[in-house]
Design a protein around this ligand. Structure first.
Ligand SMILES: [Zn+2]
Length: 355
């Protein structure tokens, strides 16, 4: 029948087109995946310069500094495609944040990640590592977790496992290092106030919930302190700390710093939005903590002269970047460099950057 003949031709054509399409996909694997794979193999001669994981946008459609590809991150958007929220809309979105519903600190879960932490580890051997010549390394962490999506290379790089973090803190404890707060770093850089021997500052960006559930118990076990840079607009949202946890960290002696309200790329903001991100994050933290918050962290390490001036005008006394170096006395405290600790870093390499 002519109708059946035409139908058969149609099916054959459709199959042929589908075959050609499938062949095209096979021959052109995802460029992002291959890019990340090649970047992650860059070697240990220098820190890998991945941008921090961009928290999932939960509050307002502000611009993103360096979106990270991956299942759990927002889709990368070109700057021109990304609307920058006005200060008014950001204020409105902040008002929608359920800050009044302060949750109690969640108990530390007995999950696989933490079971890994308590596994005995052999003594750390750091002999042969060159001694540092002055200054204070400010270590930069993001997640303290086992990366949940194995194919997410960026997520892997940003995720130091609880077991590795425990080994790193144990190395510091066992080898005469002294972790210091950003307040101490500030006093050293600005005023030359001496630091204890072998000082190291530990900073954790973005305020993910594992800062409280995984990093905190390890820091306490090895009697180390740290500074947590909080994105105030994301607090109390899934995967982030609660206000109760932020307050608990502060009460336990950890330092809390500002990481803006929404983690935007600050150089892209107009003056009102820039001022809002800098000042409202600080005042929100101060209202919860009841004392001044004087340390700031640039989202994605992005800053320019206008941002620098805004940070000073907002009253911050120190600010951390993602530039890779050891912080030194006498440098601008609003442009403090840090050293990234990435997922999979060997303990020996860790020893070399703090040594
Ligand atoms: Zn960040």
């Amino acid at each position: 029948m002519p109708g059946n003949w035409r139908s058969s031709i149609g099916w054959l054509t459709a199959l042929a087109v589908a075959g050609v399409f499938a062949l095209g996909i096979w021959l052109h694997p995802r460029p992002v995946a291959s890019l990340l794979a090649s970047a992650s193999g860059a070697g240990l001669s220098r820190p890998i310069t991945f941008a921090p994981s961009q928290p999932k946008l939960l509050v307002a459609p502000v611009s993103t500094s360096s979106p990270t590809p991956g299942v759990t991150a927002t889709s990368p958007l070109a700057a021109s495609e990304t609307p920058v929220a006005t200060a008014a809309s950001q204020a409105a979105s902040l008002a929608s944040t359920p800050a009044h519903a302060i949750a109690q600190p969640t108990p530390v879960p007995a999950n696989d990640e933490l079971a890994e932490v308590v596994t005995p580890t052999p003594p750390v051997e750091i002999e042969g590592v060159a001694a540092r010549q002055g200054g204070v390394p400010i270590l930069m962490y993001h997640y303290i977790r086992v990366n949940p999506v194995k194919s997410d290379r960026a997520g892997f790089i940003l995720s130091v496992t609880p077991a590795d973090f425990a080994q790193q803190m144990r190395l510091l404890a066992d080898n005469g290092f002294h972790t210091v707060t950003m307040a101490q770093v500030r006093a050293y850089v600005r005023d030359g106030k001496p630091l204890p021997p072998k000082p190291v500052a530990v900073t954790l960006d973005d305020g993910y919930d594992d800062a409280y559930t995984a990093a905190r118990p390890i820091l306490e076990r090895y009697h180390q302190t740290a500074t947590f840079f909080i994105i105030t607009g994301f607090v109390d949202h899934p995967r982030y700390v609660t206000w109760g946890q932020v307050e608990a960290l502060d009460h336990e002696g950890f330092e809390i710093g500002s990481h803006t309200v929404h983690h935007p790329s600050l150089p892209r903001l107009g003056a009102p939005s820039l001022r809002f991100e800098l000042e409202t994050s600080r005042s929100t933290l101060e209202s919860h903590l009841g004392h001044p918050v004087l340390d700031f962290c640039y989202p994605g390490g992005e800053l320019d002269q206008a941002v620098l001036a805004g940070v000073a005008r907002a009253g911050y006394l120190a600010a951390t970047t993602t530039r890779s170096a050891v912080a030194q006395r006498g440098q601008n405290p609003l442009e403090l460099p840090r050293l990234r600790v990435w997922g999979g870093m060997t303990l020996r390499y860790f020893a070399s950057i703090v040594g």
